[in-house]
Design a binder for this molecule. Structure first.
Ligand code: NAI
Length: 322
């Protein structure tokens, strides 16, 4: 199958597109015919320091000069000026099809020492920033019955990471935001997915050893992002993990679990203690076929219905609570 995935006449907004991953996306989209808004306010990895137009300008210049592509720079902050960023797309190209929520900062410090400012600023750029942009793009995407949104999460959000309470809270927040928007966007042909990448950039330099960083070129993330945002791709409501050319999916898994009888005298914390290994059993067959990997609230109803139909796993017997 040699079909090339092109983005001709599609308009892409990439936040934080002045460096790292965002820059690679901007160039790849432009090479495939998209019109690209490269947003970046400049500044340091902590989000402080002098703001600068140059990172976005450099990327736009490269797209135009080297690849004969179409791009425009924008220097607004995602936290306060999401509307202006989306308006840059509307004013220059008349629409917005694809939104890559990618801008981010780090303020790593152990939770005990983390100031409210360090916590809130990281939430603000990642989570509120994605909210601002998505909120501004959403009406256009709904009206045109078309949209593709990527939220940039992180392994630190999925699993937690020392010194990153602010960052991991923001990153898993982006996953939750995306999961609901995927549902609300479904009937408008708006897809929303989250990615948890690991790549070489100024964010990871000095944190990951150089010999590993060497394998983590940011260009190794882009193919999946472009695939997910192509018009022929309907995938939505999903989380992907990417690094060094590895592309895989992450999903929730519900354990086999244990049904306790709420009407029994043995419906006690001790009963939970006694049957703990069943509560957290991921090894054995799940009794609830079809809801082992829940991805919507309705799966809970299926679980409750299934539970009623499974008298065998309903322990009525006394539980030894010595
Ligand atoms: P980066 O620091 O090169 O890129 C982030 C960009 O966002 C910067 O160019 C920065 O100027 C811009 N930015 C920061 N605050 C902004 C604001 N308020 N408004 C507009 N732009 C703003 O780092 P990298 O690695 O390319 O990060 C891109 C995204 O990927 C971030 O969301 C990051 O958290 C995420 N990520 C990166 C990983 C990695 O291994 N590099 C791992 C997991 C997630």
């Amino acid at each position: 199958n040699d079909k090339k995935l092109l983005f001709k006449d599609r308009v892409v907004v990439i936040t934080g597109g002045g460096g790292g991953l965002g820059k690679v996306y901007a160039i790849e989209f432009a090479k495939r015919g998209a019109k690209v808004v490269v947003n970046d306010l400049g500044g340091s990895v902590e989000g402080s320091g002098k703001k600068s137009a140059s990172p976005a300008d450099v990327v736009v210049k490269e797209i135009v000069d080297k690849y004969r592509g179409t791009a425009v720079a924008n220097y607004n902050s995602v936290t306060t000026e999401g509307k202006e960023i989306i308006q840059t797309a509307i004013k220059n190209y008349g629409r917005v099809d694809i939104l890559i929520n990618n801008a981010g900062i780090l303020r790593d410090v152990s939770f005990a020492r983390m100031s409210p400012e360090q916590f809130n600023s990281v939430i603000d750029v990642h989570l509120n920033g994605a909210y601002q942009l998505t909120k501004a793009a959403w009406p256009y995407m709904r009206d045109q019955r078309y949209g593709r949104i990527i939220n940039t999460a992180s392994p630190a959000g999925l699993y937690g990471n020392y010194g990153q309470a602010n960052y991991s809270a923001a990153k898993l927040g982006l996953v939750g935001l995306g999961e609901t928007l995927a549902k609300e966007g479904y009937k408008y042909n708006i897809t929303v997915n989250s990615i948890a990448p690991l790549a070489r950039s100024r964010m990871t330099e000095g944190v990951i050893p150089p010999h590993i960083l060497q394998q983590l070129g940011p260009e190794k993330i882009a193919p999946l992002v472009l695939y997910l945002t192509h018009e022929s791709t309907k995938i939505t409501n999903s989380i992907f993990e990417l690094a060094a050319g590895y592309f895989g999916q992450i999903r929730w898994e519900r354990s086999s679990g244990q049904i306790f009888n709420p009407n029994s005298e043995t419906f006690t914390p001790e009963a939970v203690l006694h049957r703990w290994s069943s509560v957290v059993d991921f090894k054995h067959d799940k009794p609830f076929k079809g809801v082992e990997h829940p991805n919507q609230l309705a799966d809970y109803n299926k679980l409750i219905t299934a539970a009623k139909q499974l008298p065998d796993s309903n322990p009525q017997g006394p539980v030894n609570i010595n």
